[in-house]
Design a protein around this ligand. Structure first.
Ligand code: HEC
Length: 126
């Protein structure tokens, strides 16, 4: 009985720290913040400070810091990248494969949702 309890506790710990599950949760629950002018401005300034280096000023995926051996980031402007807002935010928070860094220690949740909102808006601006 005791062992079963310990196994259950460990499973819960492992599962809840697994970024796949947390990514799915973000996609399901969606953006908890109001999309007002302050939020939109926060998304833009966060993008300019943290993302331009790799994703480029306009979100084309052609930032100056990209190295030849890195994966090619998506083009956020032409509609080919059409993930939901929640999945975009999750990939920013927890990173994507090797070359897209996780921002959970660098940005607040509000900044993450705001910059995800900005990324989505790059497509709508064209
Ligand atoms: C060090 C370079 C670098 C920085 C800085 C960076 N990215 Fe990325 N990003 C990448 C690369 C490379 C990929 C493609 C990764 C892959 O497909 O393996 C990517 C992929 C993505 C994706 C697509 C994930 C998916 O759904 O496949 C999103 C969204 C994204 N980045 C948003 C951002 C945002 C927002 C910021 C700033 C907060 C940012 N990135 C900062 C390099 C970077």
């Amino acid at each position: 009985m005791k062992i079963k309890g310990i196994v259950a506790a460990i499973s819960v710990l492992v599962l809840s720290s697994c970024s796949h599950i947390q990514k799915t949760n973000m996609a399901i629950w969606g953006n908890p913040y109001d999309v007002n002018d302050t939020f939109v401005a926060l998304g833009k300034s966060t993008y300019e400070q943290q993302c331009v280096a790799c994703h480029g000023v306009n979100g084309l995926g052609n930032g100056a810091e990209l190295k030849a051996n890195m994966a090619t980031p998506p083009n956020f402007t032409d509609g080919t990248y059409d993930k939901s807002l929640g999945l975009v935010a999750a990939n920013i928070k927890y990173g994507k494969r090797i070359d897209m860094p996780a921002f959970r220690d660098k940005l607040s949740d509000e900044q993450i949702w705001a910059v995800a909102n900005y990324v989505k808006s790059l497509h709508q601006q064209l």
